[in-house]
Design a protein around this ligand. Structure first.
Ligand code: 5GP
Length: 117
């Protein structure tokens, strides 16, 4: 697999080189709003340690990220008055990954409302 690239956009957000609308942070994880949301409340959750995707990450780090993903999903559904949430995660370009630092998407869903492209 291709090596982790420390110049990816999420690594820059983690370093504070570029801004993001942060909604949660702890010692191991960061969550911020997606800049091109597919629904109201679309949030991204990532580990602070470098990992390209799920194929690359330490399982203990992954466990921490998925726990925070659940926390964010619950909070987003409540805060954005959604009817549910889609949780998505992509691994490598053929699978739809565009930013190569592991992240989970929490996309609140609303009855009868399709995702924005
Ligand atoms: P992927 O396809 O890699 O799972 O999704 C990457 C996501 O990152 C996309 O939903 C995209 O809108 C989001 N994104 C890309 N660049 C930025 C950025 O600079 N800031 C934020 N907040 N989100 C970004």
């Amino acid at each position: 697999m291709t090596a982790y690239d420390a110049d990816n956009i999420f690594a820059k957000i983690l370093r504070g080189d570029i801004p993001a609308y942060k909604v949660y942070e702890d010692d191991d994880t960061l969550a911020f709003m997606d800049v091109m949301p597919q629904s109201d409340g679309h949030t991204l959750i990532l580990p602070k340690t470098p990992a390209r995707n799920i194929l690359d990450v330490d399982p203990d780090v992954l466990a921490k990220v998925i726990k925070v993903t659940q926390k964010i999903a619950k909070a987003a559904v409540t805060a954005f008055e959604a009817d549910g949430a889609t949780v998505m995660q992509f691994n490598e370009a053929p699978a739809g990954q565009t930013v190569f630092h592991l992240h989970f998407h929490v996309v609140p869903r609303y009855l009868g409302v399709p995702l924005r492209p």
